[in-house]
Design a protein around this ligand. Structure first.
Ligand code: ADP
Length: 466
């Protein structure tokens, strides 16, 4: 039985949870689960641990965080295997996620935030100091359970906050292993990892002793977090949904771009907040792109993440599987499915990569976030029109522009209203570059200087000198 981490102790908690392998649809492990009492103990432990942790120097905290990184690295293969078991992703990608998580702790623990002298005049000196906010609740989803947790923990802990982490109930195990490593490397209470049955998020994000919530998940749940956080005016970082447009310009080489677009849409079985979710091609290249994407979909190897041949794994859970299948059925009525369009004839939550053409912009698959390997391909006639259609969304997370004339592609990118626009590439995320959404895709940024700033309060000390 995998255990939770509360106040430095590995504990079973008051309840338990079965974890399902999405490649089989069967439960394969059991873990401890929290009831309200356990959550209260976790928040109290984080609160008690806060003053001493905040009082350490940056360098002292980074020694702890590097020990945590080393511990995760030592158990890296075990964590990667478990990540594939619980999430479904190909093992190579799980290993990459473990490596990135180790790197996140090492990177953020090296970004010391020094006080900044803002004014230094004969009569006055003003210095900005950065102090941690307190107890941070880190709430994570099931698509990238480990790296999303690690980026939050690394930034929160390095800046001197203590944390209660709550993974998604369908992918708790990799987070619990981080908790096991933390039990041996961090002071008690600095990090607590609890599991729920999708029932404690509201309590955690409304808790009066939680000073900040850093959340990654759907826009709908993000709104609930914002409401719960209002009670004590908590600090918030929300990384929410996206409906990213990929805009192909008329000078693209379809053979070159199609595999990149396919990957941008189907990486992690399309369960990526910044996946390419609507593809816009110039009308003259529309048929060629649809055909190329259909060929790629038909030849993609879909299977168990433990099979080295697998490129695309299962959908992570039954609920999401049903949602994606429903979008496919809706699209079948109003568009033309040119590849896929069905589940695989085997146990587990597998969906054949699906390409849909001839949909109206009003189609649910175009308007909503599909979060699955289903690609709507749309035709456009001129640039102003396609930019308007791309921007006509409540989401504003990211997007891509593809074109041989890079200057022109950048001009188009500058008109796309999202937090990130990639030109001729996708998914280039870096610890030193801020990522986040505009509109209903979120609030605040993660990573980069902006991301670290979200975990501190600015304290101004203004001194009369003469
Ligand atoms: P998805 O699983 O589709 O990403 P969610 O946004 O529902 O969707 O889940 C993200 C995380 O938010 C999960 O850890 C989930 O348990 C948690 N969560 C669910 N409801 C709430 C809530 N009311 N407040 C805070 N967190 C919640």
């Amino acid at each position: 039985m995998y255990q939770m981490l509360i106040d430095g102790e590995l504990v079973d908690g008051s309840a338990s949870l079965e974890v399902i392998n999405p490649a089989t649809g069967e439960a394969f492990a059991t873990c401890g689960r929290a009831e309200e009492d356990d959550l209260q103990r976790a928040v109290a432990a984080a609160r008690n641990a806060f003053p001493a942790w905040a009082a350490l120097s940056w360098t002292e905290r980074s020694v702890y965080l590097n020990a945590l990184a080393d511990g995760i690295e030592e158990r890296g293969e075990e964590i990667a295997q478990l990540l594939t078991d619980e999430q479904g992703k190909p093992l190579g990608q799980a290993r990459f996620e473990v490596g990135a998580s180790v790197a996140a702790f090492r990177y953020f623990s090296a970004q010391e935030m020094l006080p900044r002298v803002v004014v230094d005049e004969p009569t006055s000196q003003v210095i900005e100091h950065y102090s941690p906010v307190g107890v941070v609740a880190a709430i994570t989803p099931w698509n990238f359970p480990l790296i999303l947790l690690s980026v939050k923990l690394a930034a929160a802990l390095a800046t001197g906050n203590t944390v209660v982490a709550k993974p998604a109930p369908t992918t708790p195990l990799s987070s619990l292993l981080v908790g096991e490593v933390a039990a041996a490397t961090l002071p008690a209470g600095v990090l607590n990892v609890i599991v729920d049955a999708n029932d404690l998020g509201g309590l955690l994000s409304a808790h009066p002793d939680v000073a900040k919530v850093t959340f990654t998940g759907s826009t709908a749940t993000g709104k609930k977090v914002m409401q719960s956080a209002a009670s004590s005016l908590k600090r918030l970082t929300l990384e929410l949904g996206g409906n990213d447009a990929a805009i192909l310009l008329d000078d693209v080489d379809i053979d070159d771009v199609a595999p990149k677009i396919f990957n941008a849409a189907t990486f992690n079985a399309g369960q990526v907040c910044m996946a390419a979710k609507r593809i816009y091609a110039p009308r003259a290249k529309y048929d060629a792109l649809c055909d190329a994407l259909a060929d790629l979909a038909n030849s993609a190897v879909v299977g168990d993440g433990h099979d080295p041949a697998t490129a695309i794994g299962p959908i992570q859970n039954q609920m999401q599987f049903d949602k994606v299948m429903d979008l496919i059925e809706d699209s079948r009525q109003i568009g033309t499915i040119v590849a896929g369009g069905q589940r695989l004839n085997r146990p587990g939550f597998f969906i054949a990569p699906t390409v849909v053409r001839d949909l109206p912009d009003s189609a649910r698959l175009v308007q909503e976030e599909q979060f699955g390997p289903v690609i709507p391909v749309l035709a456009y006639d001129d640039i102003d029109e396609v930019i308007e259609r791309a921007n006509d969304s409540e989401f504003g997370l990211a997007g891509t522009v593809w074109g041989k004339d890079v200057e022109r592609a950048v001009e188009v990118a500058m008109r796309v209203r999202t937090g990130t626009v990639w030109v001729n590439k996708h998914l280039d995320l870096r610890f030193d570059v801020a990522f986040g959404g505009v509109k209903q895709s979120g609030l605040g940024r993660e990573q980069g200087d902006d991301g670290l700033r979200e975990f501190v309060e600015t304290r101004v000390v203004s001194v009369a000198k003469a």
